[in-house]
Design a protein around this ligand. Structure first.
Ligand code: CUA
Length: 318
């Protein structure tokens, strides 16, 4: 079906196991809510009718009370709803931790389009092709205002913020075409900031990558930028300036001048390039100039990919 022709997508198709579980959670919680609320509505109606003004009924208050009954109708709903808290918390936690083998795709939100880039450097606008059955982590940032990437078929959504990377991961196991949206009002053309997610069999994805073509992987492109922006001059250790080596940096703790450490995450590295005076590094003189306003987000993503590739095997950090 052409995804733009969904009748009224109140219950969109589900394209991942997580989406199916989210449906189960919501259905089960809705049923529980009805079970808990239904008797109250019935009771209120019954009492309102039976004891309405002018009705000749016995209004003598009964003094005896059953404590076990009262405790039970507080305790049982409490425990039942707590089950949903645990269930929801477990799913939320799972959403925060992409598996180590997740493939990383970068996304940039801007007024008013989505730009996605694959590790091999293949780029696409408003469309996203992914292989089925492979965990994908989308690391994203906004170039202007807050946007939000929303993929109903996967039951996931995450804001893209200016100046900070956020992430979203999924494992779509059903090949097909699904819609993706911006779900944060971001200006005039917000409603046009949508696109299609195409989940493909791994072989089809490989073929798609090949025809999409790319001169350079993100990391290789970053390596070139590393020279052209002059980073290599100091950070390769061949120049006269003593700057920290970036080999194996990603995901490692960095000691700060002010004491304590900070993990070298994507956001940290980006911040360090644009705002080197912030979080000065212990043992080094802060001589690096700021690159704020000089390096576009896309180049920052490539530079980070390069730094990341320069020392593999670190777990995903934000
Ligand atoms: Cu971007 Cu709404």
């Amino acid at each position: 079906m052409n995804p733009s022709n969904y009748p009224l997508a109140l219950w969109p198709p589900s394209a991942s196991a997580t989406a199916v579980e989210a449906d189960h959670l919501i259905l089960a919680f809705t049923v529980l809510t009805l079970l808990l609320v239904g008797p109250i509505f019935v009771g209120i109606t019954w009492f309102a009718v039976r004891y309405r003004d002018g009705r000749n009924v016995n209004r003598k208050h009964r003094e005896d009370r059953d404590r076990r009954l009262e405790v039970s109708w507080m305790l049982i709903p409490f425990v039942l709803t707590l089950i949903f808290f645990a269930w929801g918390a477990r799913m939320y936690d799972g959403q925060q931790h992409p598996p180590a083998n997740a493939m990383e795709i970068s996304a940039i939100g801007r007024q008013w389009m989505w730009k996605f880039q694959h590790p091999g450097g293949q780029a696409e606008i408003n469309d996203l092709h992914v292989p089925a059955g492979q965990p994908i982590v989308i690391r994203m940032i906004s170039q202007d205002v807050i946007h939000s990437l929303y993929i109903p078929a996967l039951r996931i959504q995450m804001e893209t913020l200016p100046g900070r990377y956020t992430q979203l991961w999924f494992n779509a196991d059903r090949p097909g075409t699904y819609r993706l949206f911006c779900s944060e009002y971001c200006g005039t053309d917000h409603s046009n900031m949508d696109g299609l997610l195409t989940v493909m069999k791994p072989a089809d994805y490989a073929a798609w990558l090949a025809q999409a073509g790319s001169d350079l992987s993100l990391a290789a492109g970053g390596g070139r930028l590393f020279s052209s922006y002059g980073c290599a001059g100091c950070h390769l250790g061949t120049g006269t300036v003593r700057a920290p080596s970036l080999v194996g940096l990603y995901g490692q703790p960095v000691p700060l001048e002010s004491g304590g450490t900070v993990i070298a995450s994507d956001t940290y590295i980006r911040d360090k390039i644009l705002n080197p005076n912030h979080n000065k590094i212990a043992g080094f003189k802060q001589v690096m100039p700021s690159f704020a306003g000089l390096i576009p987000e896309e180049d920052l993503i490539r530079l980070i990919a390069y730094i990341k590739s320069n020392g593999q095997g670190k777990e995903n950090v934000r």
